[in-house]
Structure formats: C-alpha cells, structure tokens
Design a protein around this ligand. Sequence first.
Ligand code: DQA
Length: 147
Amino acid sequence: MYKTGWIVNGPNLNMLGFRSKEHYGSETYSQLMDSLINYGKSLNLELQAFQSNHEGEIIDKLHTLVKEKCDFIILNMGALSHYSIAIYDALEMVKVPMIEVHLSNIYAREEFRKTSLFTKLCLGQITGFKERSYYLAIDYLAQLEEK
Ligand code: DQA
C-alpha cells in the first residue's frame, strides 16, 4: 500500500537556485520537489510538497495534516527552525513520524543556526547534504514499518 506524506518547507526555500549554492545546492525549488516526488513514487511513497514564506500559513497547513490522512512529514522550516515556538506547538499535535532536514550543515554556520527547536519532535535530523538531505529522509521513511 502507498504511504502518503508531505514535504513542508518554510521561508525562502522557494528561492532555491537563487540562494547560495555552496549552502543550498543548485536546483530550483520546483526541480527539487518534482524529483523528490518522483523518487518517492519509485519507493511506493506518495509525496506532496508545500512551501510558504508565512509562519501562519505553515501553521494552518500543519493543522490540516493533524486532521487528514498523512503518514509522515519531512520538514525544512528554514529560519523558523531556529526560533518559532508557534510552529513547535503545531508540530507537537502531529502524531505521525517526522524527519527534519536542512540542505546546509546548520552546525557549521552562524551560531544562531545551531539550535533547532523541532529536532526533539522528530525521529531525527539530516543536515548538510544539500539536496541529498531530503532523499536520505525519503529512504528512511520508505523502509519504516507501519505500526
Ligand atoms: C536551512 C537552514 C536555515 O538556517 C536557513 O535559514 C534556511 C535553510 C537549510 O535547509 O539549510 O533557510 O533550513
């Protein structure tokens, strides 16, 4: 059976391709999401992608995922990862497995990026492998047994 999941992306990730390639890789947002969705299909995962630059819109999206069928979430909340208690509170309601990803290595950059509020709510965090960070999360979720 297909497992269905969402990739939820926060501020500025729509600008991939225009942001620092050293940190974030060279693919555009739509190139990356399209290839992740196709990769998911090859592993029997039905993935959908969401992105917003607005904290409240992300919270509204998470609320729908609390209520609708959704088997897992891959999240990259961008800068909100470092400070958004409101998103933390929304994620706390989500009962499905979550993996936090970052394209860049948040521990090898500025001090203010070294904390993510969300890691403790997630199965784990994958950080620093540019686009591959997302693929590694998909690989893990694809082999996760359903409870
Ligand atoms: C990011 C890291 C964040 O610190 C930054 O604000 C981003 C992207 C990453 O994927 O490496 O926007 O989440």
